[in-house]
Design a protein around this ligand. Structure first.
Ligand SMILES: [Zn+2]
Length: 85
């Protein structure tokens, strides 16, 4: 279902998750607990493949909506950076 690869920008391990929309999204391989929030700062993919705006919370937090994976675009240390000479 999902497969691992290495980010070409930062060299970290990433996991490709297929979303319900049929797109493959690169995510960090660590599972996270999220609370859905309109306008949430994080873009996450749930274990069902739904992309949602959410806030990350500690596991076991009351009101948490479930588990998912955070988009690697949000955490990539080289995202949007140009290489300096
Ligand atoms: Zn990266």
């Amino acid at each position: 279902m999902s497969n691992f690869s290495i980010c070409r920008s930062c060299g970290r391990q990433i996991m490709w998750i297929k979303t319900k929309a049929g797109k493959n999204m690169p995510c960090d391989p660590e599972i996270i607990t999220y609370k859905a929030a309109a306008g949430g700062r994080e873009r996450i993919v749930t274990t069902n493949g739904e992309v949602r705006s959410a806030e990350l919370v500690e596991s076991g937090t009351p009101g948490a909506d479930g588990f998912g994976y955070i988009s690697h675009f949000a955490t990539c240390t080289n995202a949007g950076r140009h290489r300096r000479k």
